[in-house]
Design a binder for this molecule. Sequence first.
Ligand code: ATP
Length: 473
Amino acid sequence: MNLKEHIAHQIFTTISEVAAEKGTSAFVIGGFVRDLILDRPSKDIDVVVLGSGLEMAEHVANKLGVKKVAYYKNFGTAAFIFDDLEIEFVGARKESYERNSRKPIVENGSLADDQNRRDFTINALAISLSKSSFGEVVDPFNGLEDLKKKIIRTPLDPDTTYSDDPLRMLRAIRFSSQLGFKIENESFDAIKRNAKRLEIISQERITDELNKIILSNTPSRGFKQLFDTQLLHEFFPEMIALHGVEVIDNKGHKDNFYHTLEVLDNISENTDDLWLRWAAIMHDIAKPNTKRFNKKVGWTFHGHEEIGARMTSKIFKRLKLPLDAKMKFVEKLVRLHLRPIALVNGSVTDTAVRRLLFEAGDDIDDLMTLCNADITSKNEMKVQKYRRNFENVRRKLNSVEEKDNIRNFQPPISGKEIMDIFQMEPCKQVGILKNEIKEAILEGKIRNDYNDAYTFMLEQAEQMGIVTKKRQQ
Ligand code: ATP
């Protein structure tokens, strides 16, 4: 195969010229080649040089007029940005591994050595930039065939490949999920055998791959493979606990692991937001802890939304996910995920709608997206019915919001104002008054407006004896 028409960009012709001048050879290799053939646009170009990657980068950058080159002497690599592309140069290398580290011992090598150290046949493809063979694909492991057949396979023995660098097991599943490829059976079995080796990989790297799986089009594909290979057991036991169905008195509950994956796939059709997808993963996470069986009503999971919300920060911390506003967002969605569904049943009061709008604030749309994704059932009629009812809730939310403007609700009278009006120092009573005003608005006793709130506040203060105090002063 020759891809010269696809690498007509100035960057490739310049590398080719410099290689000829220096009497060496250079190749584009790895993910860029794979993605080029798959027609997936990619901006990261890896170039392997038979010789020094640092020197090659310097010469090519000079010729292109690029001023800023980053040299990573420890790794023997150099990189620069040109025309919105990021090009990294490295000398061809040969690698060998020690048992307790995924960091290889590195020596200079040939192109073949460099291709041997790659994780998958589809990632070992190289394109020659030499003048005489410009654009020729160098494919020692039949990677082109695997691309066509949509197969993930290691170039060398899979047990050795995965044991040497266990991160590759997650990469295999990540590529399978991103590209919709099948991991060949031998490789899959090797992953099962080596799952425990994941212990030498840092949590940050594991989570990096996990997030890429979560962001793929059908994340359940990746998660099912993580489960079947037992990799998931190594770092996410709470999700494993969701798996399985218990039956008592002929009554079973749904398998919450597969339900969660269905919700995750559903939500992924509507959002690329990683944190909203994380909310889907976490929404039922406390079901195993709260599961009870009652002869009359069957299985219950009371309070799983609150306990799940409280589990979020602990799990995020362990997985080295951010503990900032993103975590708070997931926590909030887990806490509120039953509320819109609860509004589906029975007549919806304005008060309940106002309370939900107030608590969800600007996240109300994301909450609705989550709840919509949470409607799963084998019975399609039931799903359709729930969806229709759910649309009613959505309409109701919109009409109440239009009328009462609760979403970004700030009580019309601030604590400071209350203190000024009654000449009080900060104290418990200020909080009580403020809360009473908020409650009255949410309950629909008064309108969300300053004058109504002011009159109401005076009445309340009088009942609490606060006004009297002011008059005495
Ligand atoms: P993406 O950009 O989607 O992450 P990629 O294949 O470009 O995909 P990188 O992590 O940038 O992934 O790696 C570039 C190339 O380096 C890969 O295509 C592969 O050839 C090689 N590679 C990366 N990580 C490993 C690894 N752990 N073991 C062996 N080869 C690897």
